[in-house]
Design a protein around this ligand. Structure first.
Ligand SMILES: Nc1ncnc2c1ncn2[C@@H]1O[C@H](COP(=O)(O)OP(=O)(O)OP(=O)(O)O)[C@@H](O)[C@H]1O
Ligand SMILES: [Zn+2]
Ligand SMILES: [Zn+2]
Length: 802
């Protein structure tokens, strides 16, 4: 038998399968979707079997070295999906397949020197080997780099051999369990034990006091204070049995979850869930847009839809943006479906993610809640995919493979004949447009549950405040509300929109702003370390005390960070207890959850934070939401700036007054007349949609046009300009008349890590050959040896132009 294998070399010339012979021992169980190790040139590489066949035209085929998985890790569905994904995102097949699996399953490679002729080995090498038969190249490089040339020449003479090894990161966690072999005999055996074998006795007594069964060895040792060797001695005598077993790393271990029961749906919810239930009932693929205002009870609709899917013996995937994948969010699903739920998000360790993933493959769970990549959960009987906050840009991966989770979901829904639910209070323009055209079904929830009113929003123009002599970062109205909230014992959320508003250092005399010397962006000020840092490349420098440009001493930290707001709050409201949530206070594992729980338990009056607190939170005592700097995002070079501002303001406002207490929102800014701010304050999605659609149409942006984007980068500016001009000429000769070509121009971020960036943009409605042309351009420059190091990335459906 022969296996067609795609190997772990992300390169254009290797972007196909290679045939290998399956050795007789493995013939019976080799299947498509298994990981293998194969020889490839002088190396050993990991790969995936995509096909098993009986003939091949290839001469001199090599054997597969090893099959790594007892069962396929890619289902036949995922094998097909990967092909589609690679082709539509201009990535390599291997990259697409690797993106579908947990990181732990990706191989790393190791090169080492192995001794072939020990008698000819020079003495100087012996200490290095320390009695072993081989040593890894990386070990030599670390300890004795000057010996490398000698080792290399020994390899040429055949005294050493260079071997390549594939290392697997995927390790299963093992734990030792202990049990008593024969309870009836044990009393006797305790009598017979040596008098001073106190600890051995302690172990046996501890086990005898417990009900019959296996116990974690570590737990027993902790209880008795005995050591491992004591237990091993008992095991040698045949009294105890110690066994090693595989266990899952469970990040939610030891947590008791309150089980919840389905709520009686409101009339509105009952209507909105109908098209979803209909599709589940009839095994139909249907994309349903669930457009519901904040607090309208979308989550309850998700939960009951999933229940219907589980009742049919099928499985469910729920995607949630990484940033709102909080324990509170997860608990809503675990609370309803208990241990049937697996969770996949980036906060888990590599091992934990691998364990959660294996629960899915082994059919031990039937619901997955996770961030973007959870869309690849290897379920085989998928009954629904739910994408919460479907407008979130994080659903698009901005690295190879550049897929959008929404597109993958719809592909899988089609494959399994099941519904896809896109939920949001502020659907992406693209999505709402499709619903209007009838390509998606539209279900709307116009009101909050039980007719709770939407919070009243007041907009404050901070320029006016300044004119009236208020120089603080809080308007009078906000101060007043914060104070009255404190008096009544209610809670407030203060949201600082930091995107596009990093804290930077500015010279008030000459206007100098500290920039990264390698990237064209300003450095961000980090007070805690007194340093300036680049968010793109990690470059750091200490904060200057005088301006490097004009030597003025008026060089200061400018812009508002959460720390600064916290300090201000302490001055003006010293009695308020504040919890600050931002990247600095949540970097430690579990701190995110701790802070939120503390706030929920009423241990603070004000929750102050960034984007992190904008979504999904549902706290009954929150009556006031304050937004500082609502307009900062409007000025980003991004055609979605208005849409993003509208979405964010709507989401944040939605945190107020979700339960009995009425909510109020105060929005502060400088450019408060902008329609996205005005309409968000009126909770008016539909007017915003119509207005924004007109703008997009006028400027020929999505959803009226797709954006194709080719980005070129190189250390040498001339190379980038030349290559991008060639590409633009090539495309302009081929594009249809309805398409527009823009550029080449410098990218909005013109330089990253010393590499200059240029882009060519194509606005198109229908350009079936575009993919091929992009592929040809990329292949052309890859062959061109003169422009070494030129990087080109292509995106057929770019979401941003950065
Ligand atoms: N049928 C119902 N009966 C009683 N309470 C309900 C019902 N449906 C939802 N709720 C409650 O209403 C509140 C808001 O619902 P939920 O959080 O699901 O809204 P949402 O639309 O998902 O909001 P957001 O988009 O703001 O996150 C929750 O506390 C929820 O428990
Ligand atoms: Zn200066
Ligand atoms: Zn930089």
């Amino acid at each position: 038998m022969i296996a067609a294998v795609v190997v772990d070399v992300p390169s254009g010339s290797v972007n196909k399968t290679f045939d290998y012979k399956i050795p007789a021992v493995w013939e019976k169980w080799a299947e498509p979707g298994m990981r293998v190790i194969v020889p490839f040139g002088p190396r050993k590489l990991q790969g995936f079997i995509l096909e098993v066949k009986s003939t091949s035209t290839v001469k001199g085929m090599k054997n597969i070295t090893e099959i790594l998985d007892p069962l396929p890790v890619l289902t036949s569905e995922l094998i097909n999906l990967g092909r589609w994904l690679a082709e539509n995102t201009l990535s390599f097949y291997i990259t697409a397949y690797q993106a579908m699996l947990p990181a732990a399953m990706k191989a790393t490679y190791e090169k080492s020197f192995q001794v072939m002729k020990p008698d000819k080995l020079p003495d100087s090498i012996h200490p290095l080997l320390a009695g072993n038969n081989e040593i890894t190249v990386s070990d030599v490089t670390k300890s004795n780099p000057d010996l490398l040339p000698l080792l290399q020449s020994l390899a040429k003479e055949g005294i050493l051999d260079v071997v390549y090894k594939v290392k697997n990161k995927a390790n299963k966690k093992k734990q030792k369990f202990v049990s008593i072999r024969d309870r009836a005999l044990t009393e006797d055996q305790i009598q017979k034990l040596n008098k001073n074998a106190e600890k051995q006795k302690a172990i046996l007594l501890e086990l005898l006091h417990r009900p019959d069964g296996e116990y974690s060895l570590q737990e027993i040792l902790n209880e008795t204070g005995a050591t491992l060797s004591t237990a091993q001695a008992l095991s040698k005598k045949g009294i105890l049995s110690i066994e090693e077993k595989e266990v899952y790393r469970d990040p939610f271990q030891g947590r008791t979850m309150k089980r919840t029961q389905p709520l009686l749906l409101t009339e509105n919810q009952g209507e909105a869930i109908k098209p979803i239930l209909h599709a589940i009932e009839n095994n139909e693929h249907e994309t349903v847009l669930l457009h519901g205002v904040t607090g309208s009870g979308k989550t309850e609709i998700y939960l009951q839809s999933i229940q219907n899917v589980l009742d049919k013996g099928k499985e469910a995937i729920v995607l949630v943006p990484e940033i709102s994948l909080t324990p509170q969010m997860v608990n809503r699903f675990k609370g309803r479906f208990g241990s049937a739920v697996a969770v996949l998000h980036s906060g888990l360790s590599i091992g934990e993610k691998y364990d959660e993933w294996r629960k899915i493959l082994r059919k031990e769970v039937s619901v997955v809640v996770g961030a973007r990549s959870a869309i690849f959960a290897p379920f085989q009987n998928l009954g629904i995919v739910i994408i919460d906050e479907e407008h979130e840009t994080s659903y698009k991966q901005e690295d190879h493979p550049r897929y959008h989770a929404r597109d993958v979901a719809i592909w899988r829904g089609n494959y399994h004949s099941c519904p896809i639910v896109l939920g949001s209070a502020t659907p992406a323009l693209e999505t709402y447009a499709r619903a209007q055209k009838g390509r998606y079904q539209l279900a709307e929830l116009a009101n909050r549950v039980h007719a709770n009113p939407m919070p009243e929003v007041t907009i404050i123009d901070m320029r006016e405040e300044l004119k009236n002599g208020n120089r603080s970062m809080f308007s009078l109205a906000l101060m007043e509300k914060l104070k009255s909230g404190l008096q009544k014992g209610e809670q407030s959320v203060l949201f600082l929109n930091r995107r596009g508003y990093a804290s930077f250092i500015l010279c008030r005399d000459c206007g100098y702003v500290a920039q990264c010397p390698h990237c064209d962006i300003s450095l961000t000020y980090h007070k805690r370390f007194g340093e300036l840092k680049c968010h793109y490349c990690g470059y750091k420098e200490s904060t200057p005390s005088v301006c490097p440009s004009c030597t003025s001493e008026h060089i200061r930290f400018f812009g508002t960070g959460t720390q600064k707001v916290e300090e201000e709050l302490a001055k003006v409201l010293p009695e308020a207890r504040v919890i600050r949530m931002d990247v600095d206070t949540t970097s430690k594992k579990g701190s995110h959850e701790k802070l939120l729980t503390a706030f929920e338990n009423g241990e603070a009056d004000i929750l102050l934070g960034t984007q992190m607190i904008a979504k999904g939170l549902d706290f009954p005592k929150v009556t006031l939401v304050g937004v500082l700097a609502a307009d900062t995002m409007l000025h980003l070079p991004d055609f979605r700036a208005s849409e993003k501002t509208f979405q964010l303001l709507t989401q944040v406002s939605g945190r107020a007054g979700r339960h009995e207490l009425e909510g109020k929102v105060i929005v502060q800014g400088y450019d408060t007349q902008h329609y996205s701010i005005q309409l968000a304050s009126k909770h008016d999605y539909h007017t915003f949609y119509n207005h924004e659609m007109q703008t997009r149409k006028l400027h020929q942006y999505p959803p009226f046009y797709y954006l194709g984007l080719l980005t070129f980068s190189h250390l040498d500016l001339m190379q980038v300009v030349e290559a991008s001009e060639k590409a633009a000429t090539y495309l302009s000769k081929r594009l249809s008349r309805d398409s527009l070509l823009l550029g080449p121009v410098t990218s909005p971020i013109a330089r990253v890590k010393d590499r200059y960036r240029y882009q060519v943009m194509i606005k198109y409605k229908n350009e079936p050959e575009l993919r091929t042309w992009f592929e040809e351009i990329i292949a052309h420059f890859q062959k061109d040896k003169e422009i070494k190091d030129l990087q080109i990335t292509g995106d057929l459906n770019a979401q941003t132009l950065m």
